[in-house]
Design a protein around this ligand. Sequence first.
Ligand code: HMG
Ligand code: MG
Length: 298
Amino acid sequence: NWPSFVQLKEVGPRDGLQNEKQFISTEDKIAWIDMLSNTGVREIEYSSFVNPKWIPALADAKEVGKRIKRNPNVLYSALVPNMKGLENALEAGIDGASVFMSASETHNQKNINKAIDDTYPILKEVIKEAKQEGKKVTGYVSTVFDCPYEGPISPEEVIRVCEQLMEYGVDDISLGDTIGSAVPSQVELLLNTILKRMPSERIFMHFHDTRGMAIANIMTSLQYGINRFDTSIGGLGGCPYAPGAAGNVATNDVLYLLHGLGVTTDIQDKRIQDASIFIQNKLGKKLPSRSFAYVEST
Ligand code: HMG
Ligand code: MG
């Protein structure tokens, strides 16, 4: 039993590129995001307004935001860590702001240079301001299953962070398997706990595919009624502060699963393939997606 419609948020231009050593030119990013805008996807996380010293691959976020062609059917969001990031994002143009923090203390510290308790007041202000500006706000919670530094994280630790972000006014929560370590029983444990406290309509699942478990975890989430997922075209991506973690689950592979199950997404496979070929050629290396590799070799 699974939902008949599933919404994918394309995070390739943000999570996909943030960890790439090779700088994709601003022109190429814009051309690629414009291609993604015409795939049928309803939300694109187009860049990140963090400190460019930390994430040089996305240092051109403002220019990208100003120059992409906006499709009125697409919600354009970006990652925002603090008020400075929000100001820049508003100037560049966003429909949605994605704030982020971790359920694990050590990952939070490594990723955003702050303790969890010191992060709350910063995000509270960002969320309030973004809502006042009429933006949709997503709260990413990282390391919801395992932390690369601390090991397993309990559902209670995750829920504590989610409830705080919900109280500040986020519209959605995205639960991140940052290092791609979870297996379906961990997904069941977390969803069994979390769905007692918040509705499934407010949850996105964000799986990295380090160990090839993401599709199994998505299937499990679908059976819990979850119908929103973050995916990255071709399987690009990774968190620079999660050593060894691979990219997000590939949009291509998730579409193969969903369309095979008869689930509607409104996304056109062929256009996703074209956008995959475009970025693969720019990066000059094979993308990790399995279904994309299959299409190419036939
Ligand atoms: P900080 O160094 O603690 O910040 O950084 P600060 O407030 O002390 O400021 C230090 C300097 O940074 C100052 O510049 C600020 O102006 C500048 P200086 O005076 O030294 O020249 N600065 C900024 N510049 C541009 N834009 C900004 C900004 N903020 C401060 N927004 C900060 C704190 C969070 C900014 C920093 O730690 C940072 O940028 N971290 C990057 C974290 C990141 O991007 N990680 C990857 C994304 S998260 C992820 O991938 C997980 C996710 O996918 C879900 C999952 O998979 O689990 C979302
Ligand atoms: Mg991620």
